[in-house]
Design a protein around this ligand. Structure first.
Ligand code: BGC
Length: 803
């Protein structure tokens, strides 16, 4: 079994291929391109003829597809789509139906299609993952259009925070507390990815997590369901727009359904066990918000929830998702997860796994490898027999296939199956896209410390030392979720070339008369300290030093749980050596999760959290270090003092023995505070803000509200800046304990010095209520506390009663 798992993980074209490998691939890829993969595809005329054939079979509308023209056709009504799908279903064989439920990946050398061509032609697959490059995608699509019923494929990929123009990692995007900014990131991602033929992203990941040991916190929006819901909905809208058949829009996927972010002990893929009220109140809201925003697809998670693997969990996939939330889209398993039901000991064999998943509501099996010899395509290998023996019904099969075909209609695959190969030339890494990446990275910066105004640095500095393992590491700066194909395609080296590191950003920012002294000090593992001397020399020879430390990107993301959350290796020793020079210095962090950084918090003159800031990260860091950008981001996840505090979040339930420093027998640690190092919602600014005039429209409110809460915020400092006004609630005397506080409103404001703004929140039933242990939403009368501040800690306080 271990063997098989290893193969499952290593066989597929997993994650990005290293830079070195990428170089080695150039020759092969040039050869493929030179041989004219696309040129060998049929002419536009042939394509039009084929598309016409497809359309006449399905009696679709008159619009024709071609390889060079790709318009968005008028949206079909749900009834029209239903009719077309029914007609197609009536023509499909059982084998073709199961084929539609299989998703496969390329298996040719260097990510080339390989068997995908024949699988598409034979109707063995309905969708593809991890194939990139418009020519390869068109080639495989062409093969699908030659299948008996000419049903097009849809091509999916993990487009997580950018395709070629990389934005900050999702945790960084969430730190902006600016859903419209995040929506724009995904809109740009969609325009770039669709130009390459990718019409489906496996994002957003909306898993709430309070456990920084879990590496995938980098992919989500942090610990809070309210912020997480706002970001989730914004991402769906960014990818899909109003109509994801549009050439520059794509279907999105909410993942990983559900509660994937709460694995026991923070260990990847591990068990999740939680109460119904916690599931509904804390973990499900972002999925629900994304469903309400129109997310096209939902991916089930690898984990089990309360004893049932989510790949075959009817409670989640059918009861909650379809029956309670009314989700009409398509569900998909995670990577080879149906077959993993055997490893769980939940399914006796592949046939059993297929039956359990399909009947639970799992439409597509992400088999990756399909065919009679693949153990991963449990649906197509066992489905016909399961049907014949009555273990699954034709109705169940048709329902799943209907979802897949509907997705393809909605994505415009039937009318525009081919992607215009010229579009890619002008769609990626455009000046506008790069400007959007800078803006997004600017917005994600969180200032954790700034003693004696160490930041911003003087723009007149004659010399700046830039040191540390992440100061000039282009690829690590992108984080762990760079899409497959990013650095392996020769044309993509332009993407890598566009990455602005901190070293480059500072060099670009300063006048040419200034000297930038760069010394790496050590690599991210930082086991070899032989470069420390050069870093110390650089510091000694410069007016100020910028030290950029953090995690290698491979330390976060999937399969990257850690039990130590400090800086890796000797990185802290490097910072201490710079500090020992006695010269001014500041620290920039690049990381994908909250770290334990108590020494830095106490000692670094300034500490800037830059996350993995993406292609324009160095520009944004320089903007921020020199004061052209005010760091207005706030933490979307608490930073613990030490690993022992984890999991930790601000919105915990009350205890009967709340913390009392003078009483040992209260809820506390002997050796650490209860409070995190930095709480959720925290972040400093270069200016100062004052909040005043908290006003409630009433002190008595009915269950439906509305209650209006207003507060004034003023920029009382010397420079323009951003703050995030946050509203928190707590209700007492309820039948179920309510969090000590929970976020129910926020707004990021930008204010000039002396400027003020009245921020207004309107609260209603949705904000007052909670889910009980039957998963039912209830609103109970009781006294409420309300706080308005700019962190989850403190703030102005008022009370009201709900009757
Ligand atoms: C991850 C998913 C991802 C899928 C396809 C899985 O290992 O858990 O998030 O979408 O691979 O790349």
């Amino acid at each position: 079994m271990a063997d098989r798992v290893a193969r499952a993980v290593s066989d597929g074209p997993r994650r990005r291929i290293g830079f070195g490998t990428g170089l080695a691939l150039i020759a092969a890829l040039i050869a493929v391109f030179a041989s004219g993969v696309f040129a060998s595809a049929p002419s536009a005329k042939t394509l039009r003829a084929r598309a016409a054939a497809t359309q006449s079979t399905q009696s679709t509308q008159s619009s024709q597809s071609s390889q060079s023209s790709q318009q968005s056709t008028p949206q079909l009504t749900p009834q029209q789509i239903d009719g077309k799908v029914s007609s197609l279903l009536s023509k499909m064989t059982v084998t073709e139906k199961f084929g539609q439920l299989e998703m496969a990946a390329p298996d040719g050398p260097n990510g080339t299609p390989g068997d995908l061509i024949s699988e598409a032609q034979n109707g063995q697959i309905g969708s593809v993952l991890d194939l990139t490059g418009v020519n390869a995608i068109n080639q495989v699509q062409q093969a699908a259009l030659q299948s008996r019923l000419h049903i097009p494929l849809i091509f999916g990929l993990d487009v997580i925070h950018g395709y070629k123009t990389m934005f900050p990692v999702p945790l960084g995007e969430a730190a902006s507390w600016d859903p419209s900014l995040v929506q724009n990131d995904e809109s740009v991602s969609a325009s770039e990815a669709t130009a390459d033929g990718i019409k489906w992203t496996f994002n957003p990941m909306v898993d709430i997590s309070r456990d920084a040991r879990w590496g995938r916190v980098v992919e989500g929006a942090g610990e809070d369901p309210f912020l997480g819901s706002a970001i989730a909905a914004a991402k769906v809208k960014g990818y899909q727009g109003n109509d994801f058949a549009a050439p520059n829009k794509m279907a999105s996927t909410i993942k990983h359904f559900g509660a994937y972010g709460a694995p026991v002990a923070g260990r990847e893929y591990n068990t999740v066990d939680m109460s119904t009220q916690q599931l509904f109140n804390d973990y499900l809201p972002p999925y629900k918000a994304a469903v309400d925003a129109g997310a096209a697809t939902v991916m089930s998670s690898f984990n089990s929830l309360n004893g049932v693997p989510n790949t075959a969990n009817p409670y989640l996939l059918t009861k909650i998702l379809r029956h309670e939330w009314g989700f009409k889209g398509t569900t998909i398993s995670d990577y080879q997860a149906v077959q993993e039901l055997e490893a769980f000991g939940f399914a006796a064999n592949g046939a059993d796994a297929a039956r359990l998943a399909l009947t639970a509501g799992e439409d597509i099996e992400m088999a990756v490898q399909v065919g009679p010899t693949s153990e991963f395509s449990t649906y197509s290998n066992n489905g016909p027999q399961l049907l014949a023996s009555g273990k699954i019904t034709m109705k169940q099969l048709n329902t799943a296939v209907r979802h897949v075909l509907t997705l393809k209609y909605l994505a415009g695959m039937f009318t525009n199956p081919m992607t215009d190969p010229s579009r890619v030339q002008n769609s990626e890494l455009t000046p506008d896209n790069l400007a959007a990446a800078t803006k997004s990275a600017d917005g994600s910066m969180v200032l954790l410390e700034d003693h004696n105004n160490a930041l911003p640095l003087s723009k007149n500095a004659s010399s700046v030392a830039v040191v540390g393992p992440l100061a000039d590491d282009a690829l690590d700066q992108l984080g762990p979720d760079v899409p497959i194909g990013y650095d392996t395609n020769p044309s993509d080296f332009s993407s890598v070339d566009k990455i602005v590191t901190v070293r480059q950003g500072i060099t670009n920012y300063l006048p040419s008369s200034a000297t930038v002294n760069y010394a790496q000090g050590c690599d991210t593992a930082c086991t070899d300290t032989s470069g420390f001397g050069a870093a110390v020399d650089a510091a000694n020879n410069s007016a100020v030093t910028v030290v950029v430390v953090g995690e290698p990107s491979s330390d976060s993301g999937e399969a990257s749980s850690r039990t130590q959350l400090g800086l890796p290796g000797q990185q802290l020793a490097l910072v201490k050596q710079i500090a020992a020079t006695g010269k001014p210095y500041v620290v920039v962090l690049m990381n994908g999760r909250p770290l334990t950084i108590d020494w830095l918090a106490a000692n670094a003159p300034a500490l800037l959290e830059a996350w993995y800031p993406g292609t324009e990260g160095g520009t944004a860091v320089a903007d921020t270090l020199f004061g052209s950008n005010d760091p207005g981001g706030k933490l979307p996840m608490s930073f613990p003092v030490n690993v022992g505090q984890v999991p930790i979040s601000y919105n915990e339930l009350p205890t009967g023995r709340p913390f009392d420093p003078n009483n040992k027998f209260t809820s506390r640690y002997l050796d650490a505070p209860n409070a995190p190092l930095y709480p959720f919602g925290y972040g400093l600014s270069y200016t100062t803000f004052s909040l005043s005039n908290l006003h409630l429209s009433s002190s008595r409110v009915s269950a439906n509200g509305p209650l209006t809460v207003t507060a004034d915020i003023a920029n009382t400092g010397q420079v323009a800046g951003d703050d995030v006004v946050q509203l928190y609630l707590h209700e007492s005397d309820t039948t179920l304990l309510q969090p000590v506080r929970k976020l129910e409103g926020f707004k990021r404001v930008s204010l000039q010095p002396g400027q003020s703004e009245t921020v207004k929140f309107t609260l209603n039933r949705q904000n007052f209520g909670f889910y009980d242990n039957n998963g039912k939403f209830v609103v109970e009368p009781g006294p409420f506390d309300v706080w308005v501040g700019d962190s989850s800690d403190g703030g102005m306080h008022a009370t009201f009663n709900l009757h």
